[in-house]
Write a protein that binds this ligand. Structure first.
Ligand code: CDP
Ligand code: CDP
Length: 213
């Protein structure tokens, strides 16, 4: 790439945003940040301390002392951690504590791909490309359930619905589609089709950007 490229990928739980963000990063040789893992790490730290994720002071203290070595701990993928993440992420002080590292990542020379809930709206409002990935609740629950076959489909679905409602309903950086984002509904797309579509969108946007120079 001859200029910095910042790509924001947002969407609800299990929409496939991580899959798409990783594929875009690999395709363009850009670094990728899964911002959900930051909130999961905070939620997990609160639970490990025996605390309540609704406790804003404790959650904020955990966010300020976040250990980056935690970020690829398999415990972060558990549904109890996901729920704690969505509770701690509603505290504005927690979001503020995590803002700088995300913005620094987005602004690094060459650019970056970030996925989350508020990348296009708050973290990188000037991103070159914003993709809002979505899929029906049933499809998303099926995908997440397939990753954890021991879990019951109805429970997985209810957990996703609860988290979506909390993420969309909060006052601090709620989940919403940025006005200048492109909607990618993957309900009827397999992984490969969704990835190919996202790469095509990104290539078109970069060609447009190059043409403006
Ligand atoms: O992968 P999945 O969509 O299930 O979850 P995630 O992206 O790892 O995010 C876990 C939780 O962190 C979400 O339910 C949100 O509450 C929160 N989150 C957020 O508030 N803002 C972000 N940029 C990313 C995640
Ligand atoms: O990051 P997010 O929680 O939005 O979703 P993900 O972890 O990228 O994708 C959730 C699951 O759905 C993964 O197992 C993907 O392989 C799968 N997936 C799919 O089956 N079809 C797609 N079009 C996208 C993802």
């Amino acid at each position: 790439n001859r200029f910095d490229v910042v790509i924001a990928v947002d969407g609800p739980a299990a929409s496939g945003k991580g899959t798409i963000a990783r594929a875009l990063a690999a395709h363009f040789g850009l670094p990728h940040m899964d911002t959900g893992s930051l909130y999961r790490a905070v939620g997990f730290a609160v639970l490990r301390a025996g605390g309540d994720p609704a406790d804003a002071a404790l959650a904020t203290a955990c966010a300020r002392t976040l250990d980056v070595k935690m970020l690829d701990d398999p415990a972060l993928r558990e549904s109890t951690t996901a729920r704690a993440a969505s509770v701690v992420s509603a505290h504005p002080e927690v979001r503020a504590a995590l803002l700088e590292c995300q913005q620094a990542f987005a602004r690094q020379p060459g650019g970056a791909v970030l996925d989350g809930r508020d990348i296009g709206t708050v973290i990188a409002p000037d991103a070159d490309l914003k993709i809002f990935v979505t899929a029906s609740l049933d499809v998303r629950a099926k995908r997440r359930q397939a990753e954890t076959p021991e879990r019951d489909y109805a429970v997985v679905r209810a957990n996703l619905a609860e988290r979506d409602a909390r993420d969309s309903g909060r006052d601090a950086a709620p989940l919403r589609q940025a006005d200048d984002s492109i909607l990618l509904d993957t309900s009827d797309m397999d992984r490969e089709t969704a990835i190919a579509r996202a790469i095509a969108l990104a290539e078109a946007r970069l060609a447009e950007k190059a043409g403006l120079r």
